[in-house]
Write a protein that binds this ligand. Structure first.
Ligand SMILES: [Zn+2]
Length: 292
């Protein structure tokens, strides 16, 4: 009995020649009783639909719009639409994001937006938080520009990356601009104009046989230790694996530290020869090149 009175939303649309959006809009306007069965979808009351069929047919065929699409189509900002949602001017629903399954997307009711468009346009385009973020972004960009230098080897200006530790240090007032630029120059020379990035992975070049033996008795090289580990790790207990990994990491850290020291010296010489470093040559602050 009740199964005939109630009908699935999609079925109803098909049977009466409507779009699903038109059925949804009838529900939103209170013309159509409905039940949300969760995963099994929404069912609607057939009698209500038949009684209001002409009105429902006159509804726009499409009533839902993604928030991002609405921003473009109506020239609104995210903040303006979110305020309209919060104040109940525009009804909305959450759906699965069509492009990125882990997040939700918001869909808004088009007739609500169109009915309130002038009011929504009067809302502030950005909220305080957005404004602060924008200001921070531009100030950091300005700072990165101040930290630029001309590299004669590249023949162009080099600007530090947004996530550079040196930029963060200057930003946080832990480092002066002058020292920061020197650090950036040396780091740039080390990474781009020496063999550092390749050579630092040649672990055995930077550690002695004795040191390997002291760390991992019976082994003479990092390469040998690594090969042994890779060959037998499937037979090892977890604690053994961890022990090998710790030893490998310790040797690798030492090697990279030494490679960095070595190539920092070379980078310094090159940068000095190019006339980029004006300060006292043996300034220790130049050499402890942390975080680059
Ligand atoms: Zn360069």
């Amino acid at each position: 009995m009740s199964s005939r009175r109630w009908i699935g939303r999609g079925r109803a649309a098909e049977e009466y020649g409507l779009t699903i959006d038109q059925v949804d809009y009838a529900i939103l306007l209170g013309l159509l009783r409905h039940k949300n069965l969760g995963k099994e979808g929404i069912i609607v009351y057939r009698e209500d639909l038949e009684r209001n069929l002409d009105i429902v047919r006159s509804f726009p065929k499409r009533i839902w719009i993604f928030k991002s699409e609405a921003m473009r189509r109506y020239g609104l900002s995210r903040n303006q639409l979110e305020l309209a949602m919060k104040r109940g001017l525009v009804r909305f629903k959450e759906v699965k994001n069509p492009y990125y399954s882990k997040s939700k997307a918001i869909m808004l009711v088009i007739p609500d937006i169109e009915a309130n468009l002038e009011v929504i346009k009067g809302y502030p385009k950005h909220n305080e938080q957005d404004k602060n973020k924008r200001r921070l972004y531009y100030e950091r960009s300005k700072l990165r520009k101040r930290l630029e230098f001309y590299c004669p080897m590249c023949g162009k200006k080099v600007r530090p990356r947004r996530d550079s530790q040196v930029v963060k240090a200057v930003w946080g007032d832990f480092m002066s601009i002058d020292i920061a630029i020197e650090k950036l120059i040396i780091a740039h020379y080390r990474h781009v104009h020496t063999d550092y990035d390749r050579d630092k992975e040649n672990i055995d070049k930077w550690i002695k046989e004795k040191e390997v033996e002291a760390t991992a008795p019976g082994f003479k090289s990092f390469a040998g230790l690594l090969a042994y580990y890779l060959e037998y790790k499937d037979e090892m207990e977890d604690y053994e694996k961890e022990d090998y990994i710790e030893k490998l990491n310790a040797l690798r850290r030492t090697a990279i530290m030494r490679a960095k020291e070595y190539y920092t010296e070379e980078a310094l010489r090159l940068a000095e020869a190019d006339g980029l470093l004006k300060r006292e040559k043996t300034q220790p602050s130049i050499r402890d090149n942390n975080g680059t």
